[in-house]
Each structure stands twice: as structure tokens, then as C-alpha cells.
Design a protein around this ligand. Sequence first.
Ligand code: PEP
Length: 246
Amino acid sequence: LPVRVRMVVGNWKMHGSLALCREMVPAMASIAHPAAALVLCPPAPYLGEVTRLATGSQVQCCAQNVADAHGGALTGEWSAGMLADLGCRYAIVGHSERRRHYHESDHLVAAKAQACLEAHVVPIVCVGESWIEHQTGQTEAILQHQLGTLLALSGWRGLIIAYEPVWAIGTGVAARPETIEAAHRFIRSRFAARDPVAGNNMTVLYGGSVNASNAANLFALPDVDGALVGSASLQSDALMQIYTAA
Ligand code: PEP
């Protein structure tokens, strides 16, 4: 059964370069320790380089996306099995930018998570409400719906969940700690309703404008196990400070 882990995941989005991989991985490897996972998500063309550079260190590699199929005539896609082959242990699934710009539905997100579980890649599944949904008090209803599709997967105990309120991503303003804790408690309760031990053991990350100044406060929340970090993950000093706070 999976256990709750402390974790900082840096999502570079479509930024970075070979030079950044070669700067960032050794820098992170010099501070990473077994008590908290340190995971980098470079763009797909750099996954091989980051995995190679991270070999033998505590730094782990994560894809930003993955296909829902294991193979086929699907130009431009890559499978979870290919990630596993590379030594890349994680994949982000259902990031709000994928849901928005590439029209990924809850159904497709669940299928991608399932493909990961079958290939022994850990899916980090992003959920979260929009600003209008937040403002109109629909957060729990939205989360309930997004999690419902995931709870239909027989392997749901193997998921990592990232709560990312869409309105806090890339804005520089994180959600308030009490808002985050309430959402995380709600998310955990949905899984715990199925299986109390597994619900308690789920790793639930927060994402949305986490930076070196707010990380410690967020990590102090009882139901927050770590962070999915976007912009701050492109600067090694900022990412180091966030990791140290975890
Ligand atoms: C993200 O990309 O998942 C994210 C949380 O971005 P940022 O930290 O820049 O808000």
C-alpha cells in the first residue's frame, strides 16, 4: 500500500533548455535526501537527459503528460511504458493547462492515470476549480466530480493528487492556507470514505504560486504533503528553498 510522502515536484512547463537540465539536476542532487522526494518535470525532449543526470541521486524525473494508450499509430504521443523504460517514475496527468488548451476531459485524465498505473508509473493527477467556481462556492462539487472519475479506477490507491486551484496557477498569489487545508481535507475524505487507511495514506500536493516565501506555511498544514511548483521551479535557488522547507 502506498504511504504518504513529502514531495516537491518542479513543473518546468514548456520552458528550459539542455543547459538548464545540466545546471539544475546536479544542484538539486546536492541537496536532495530520502526524507522528501524531489521530482523534476522537464519538457519531454529533456526527459532522457534529466533521467541520465539524476541517476544515482535522490532526484527523480516526471513527465508533464502521457498518452492513455500503451502504443499504436498515435503520432506525437508517448506511453507510460516508455517512461518506465527510461527510468522516469512519475507523470503529471490532467494539468489544468492540458484540460484547458488541449481539451482533456475527466474521462481522458482517468484513462491516462490508468495507463500509468498499468505501467508502474505513478500518476500525479491535477484537480482543482476555476475562479468562477471558487467564487460561487462550487469547489467541493467540482472536486467531487473530478475525483469520482478517479475513484472508479481499481488502482486509485496508487495515485498522487495535486490540488491546483486554477485561479492560483501562475498568478503569483497562492490560495489562502485555510482554503488549501479545507480542499485537501475534502479530497482526502473522498478517498477515506472508500478506505480510511488508504485515504489517510494518499499523498496530496498543493500547486498554485508556491514560492520560497510561502512554502513553509503551506507545508505546515496537516493535510498538505508537498507542492507542485511551476515558475519557481525554473530557478535552482528558489526550488532549493522550497525543497528545504518541505
Ligand atoms: C503549475 O504549473 O502546476 C503551477 C502550480 O504553476 P505556478 O507555480 O507557476 O503557479
